[in-house]
Ligand binder design. Structure first.
Ligand SMILES: Nc1ncnc2c1ncn2[C@@H]1O[C@H](COP(=O)(O)OP(=O)(O)OP(=O)(O)O)[C@@H](O)[C@H]1O
Ligand SMILES: [Mg+2]
Length: 225
């Protein structure tokens, strides 16, 4: 999968009742399969905005986003959601696991859309394998409230992987964790990138984590450098 941003700008406000802010200014970027990239920059510089545009969760004010050559502004919401669900996995700063579901149920949420029973069974065994691989194999029936922040975040990474995405977008995935758990999550994400060739774009304040990526960009005053 290739995602291309072409001359993307994003502004908020109209200059009348809300101040006009140019958050992203004429950004062009190409993310090819299997690559790894970190975006760093001060708070409020637009990192999450950029990631949300890459993930088709938000749209630019001007410019074009292409996924595998297709201009996504020509798609409707359902088509965009379909691409997102099939090709992209998201990891956020807070794990966003649902407290009323146990781990395996949380991980399987993105697969509920599958109506084929054999696909669902395959997803279930993949979920079990993945949870084992991140050391949570014996915790699958437990609820997020019974697990540590780092354990929940590992489960959130598994959930992002469950539909076998080609790209993972991670917005400060270690931001809420202590150093040791942060390092585990960083290593897990890099391992997925290298061994499974899943492209990885992550936003982080951690120089340690940014250093694990092949390319590092600084976002400042709307520009990527
Ligand atoms: N819906 C919105 N309406 C108006 N302004 C917004 C909106 N969303 C974000 N902004 C502004 O855009 C700027 C960039 O926000 P963004 O969340 O992308 O920053 P960030 O780099 O992720 O910051 P942090 O490191 O604190 O997470 C901020 O000044 C923010 O206040
Ligand atoms: Mg942010």
């Amino acid at each position: 999968m290739i995602i291309e941003l072409e001359n993307i700008s994003k502004s908020y406000g109209n200059g009348v009742d809300a101040p006009l802010r140019h958050v992203l200014v004429d950004i062009s970027l190409k993310i090819e399969s299997g690559e790894s990239l970190a975006v760093v920059g001060p708070s409020g510089c637009g990192k999450s905005t950029l990631l949300n545009i890459l993930g088709t969760l938000d749209q630019p004010t001007t410019g074009t986003v292409r996924i595998d050559g297709e201009d996504i502004s020509t798609l409707n919401d359902t088509q965009r959601a379909g691409i997102r669900n099939r090709k992209i996995g998201f990891v956020f700063q807070m794990h966003h696991l649902l407290p009323q579901l146990n781990l395996i149920e949380n991980v399987l949420l993105p697969t509920l859309i599958l109506n084929d029973k054999s696909q669902r069974n395959a997803a279930h065994s993949r979920a079990m394998d993945l949870l084992h691989s991140v050391g949570l194999g014996d915790r699958v029936k437990q609820h997020p409230g019974q697990l540590s922040g780092g354990e929940c975040q590992r489960a959130a990474v598994v959930r992002a992987l469950i539909n076998q995405p080609e790209l993972i977008l991670a917005d400060e995935p270690t931001g809420s964790l202590d150093q040791e758990s942060a390092e585990q999550i960083g290593n897990l994400l890099s391992k997925i990138n290298i061994e499974q060739h899943v492209a990885l774009v992550l936003v982080t304040h951690s120089m340690d984590l940014a250093g694990k990526m092949k390319t590092k960009y600084v976002l400042n005053q709307g520009k990527l450098k």
